[in-house]
Design a protein around this ligand. Structure first.
Ligand code: FRU
Length: 458
């Protein structure tokens, strides 16, 4: 058996380990994606910044490693996560050097390929005095009214997660302004990683990834001086395998977000595969008219569509068996919930049902479930059952489901996302089946496309 679980239209490096997206920026029209990368193994190791560029956020070109640890430098044990800014025409990376955790700068000329570390590194050498921090990393920097602002992920021992706010006129001298937001240990863990703050609609979106919860949280709220006032809370993805996302604003003013999809399998399996970690699809973030966060796949992904299949609208029977098949699919489905007690679909389904990944909406609970517990007969693959709250106010369940070998990424009602990892062992685990139970439900729309790889020009 030689089944390839390597995704073909989600971004990943040629080989070895990847985690967080870093330094997302559109520079002179070209998108740049940097990422946490161990170039010598499919396991977490001395962190480098890998680099790729794209004209459309879909097709990527691998570029040389942008940052490597400098022996005896402030980042000698790793160049950890951070961001990219346009500093008066100079591309500038702001990132965390370890150990200890300190903040560093690197600049490039116009091509963003070769980076020089700033001789002044580290530009922030220690946490604010008097704070017993659990972490001090992952700068997110923006410019406002001629000044630079930075937030850092942190936490206070015994208290909870924390985001620290700084200000500077030149990216070198930083003044600590105080905590932007504090969390509670029992609610959102002890240390917040990878904070992101950006305006969205007439509000601000704050994203952070709390340890040990391993989920990407967000708040929609308001900036009130140097404090953030949270209003609405949610998870950017409810599948449990989406972490440390980074959002940025492109030159067209769109808010776009990538997140790291960790593997759901053993470290031995990762070592054997020779790669580990995938980037999510680029997601378009917006606010609904009621101020709720919306997430959609970016429209550029439609360029990957190849052969198209539709199904006629019809009342759903209990389980309709395989309606289409494939391991690189986009499924766009709309179901009228009716009186069904559960409805949804299965993907990566073996013909005898012995392996399957299930998406099931339960109207009475108002939850959409993603179940990968039966996705693989390989005991090294970690299946899980996760769920997202979902209101189908108009009685219509709408799902965009992306299957890409071991990735199943779902956008439901433009509102919630669930991403899972599935590692089928059977060659025939490619089927898509429709499910409904306990009443009447109607399939009102079904479109399915096979999708092309992002790595070839066809
Ligand atoms: C999040 C994270 C960051 C850190 C980086 C190291 O996944 O732990 O806090 O900068 O990964 O690779």
């Amino acid at each position: 058996m030689n089944l390839d679980h390597r995704p073909q239209y989600h971004f990943l490096p040629v080989a070895n380990w990847m985690n967080d997206p870093n330094g997302l920026i559109q520079w002179k029209g070209i998108y740049h994606l940097f990422y946490q990368h161990n170039p010598v193994g499919a396991c977490f190791g001395a962190m480098h910044w890998g680099h790729a560029s794209s004209h459309d956020l879909v097709h990527w070109r691998h570029l040389p490693i942008a940052l490597a640890p400098t022996p005896d430098g402030a980042d000698c044990d790793g160049a950890w996560s951070g961001c990219a800014v346009d500093a008066n025409g100079v591309p500038t990376l702001i990132y965390t050097g370890v150990h200890p955790q300190v903040q560093c700068l690197a600049t490039s000329d116009d091509d963003l390929i070769v980076w020089q570390k700033d001789p002044a590194n580290p530009v922030i050498a220690e946490p604010p005095t008097g704070l017993a921090v659990t972490g001090f990393r992952d700068p997110c920097v923006w410019r406002d009214d001629g000044l630079w602002y930075m937030i850092l992920g942190s936490g206070q021992q015994g208290v909870g997660g924390l985001i620290l706010l700084y200000r500077s006129s030149d990216l070198h001298d930083w003044e600590y302004l105080g905590p932007l937001l504090e969390g509670r240990l029992d609610e959102t863990g002890h240390n917040w990683e990878c904070p992101n703050l950006l305006p969205i609609g007439d509000r601000h979106l704050l994203i952070f990834s709390p340890e040990p919860l391993r989920q990407a949280h967000y708040y929609i709220g308001e900036l009130d001086g140097h404090r953030f006032r949270p209003k609405a809370h949610g998870l950017l993805d409810y599948g449990g395998l989406y972490y440390a996302p980074q959002a940025f604003t492109d030159q067209g003013g769109r808010r776009i977000c990538f997140g790291w999809l960790p593997e759901g399998r053993s470290s031995e399996a990762m070592a054997q595969a020779g790669w580990a970690g995938v980037q999510s699809l680029p997601r378009l973030l917006s606010l609904s008219s009621k101020g709720a966060l919306e997430q959609r796949p970016i429209p550029e992904l439609e360029a990957l569509r190849r052969s198209h299949q539709t199904l006629e609208a019809h009342a759903l029977a209990n389980c309709e068996g395989t309606v289409v098949a494939g391991r690189m699919l986009e499924i766009d489905v709309e179901m009228n919930v009716g009186s069904a007690t559960s409805l949804g679909l299965q993907v990566l389904r073996a013909s005898d049902g012995s392996e399957h990944t299930t998406l099931l909406f339960k109207p009475a609970e108002g939850r959409l479930y993603l179940d990968t517990r039966f996705a693989s007969q390989d005991p090294g693959a970690e299946g899980r059952l996760t769920s997202a709250p979902l209101d189908v106010m108009d009685g219509l369940l709408r799902m965009r489901v992306y299957v890409d070998h071991s990735v199943v990424e779902v956008f439901a009602n433009e509102r919630v996302c669930l991403t899972g990892r599935s590692y089928p062992t059977r060659a025939d685990a490619t089927g898509v089946a429709l499910l409904s139970d306990g009443g009447s439900a109607v399939l009102s729309r079904f479109d399915c496309w096979t999708l092309a790889t992002i790595w070839s020009p066809n």
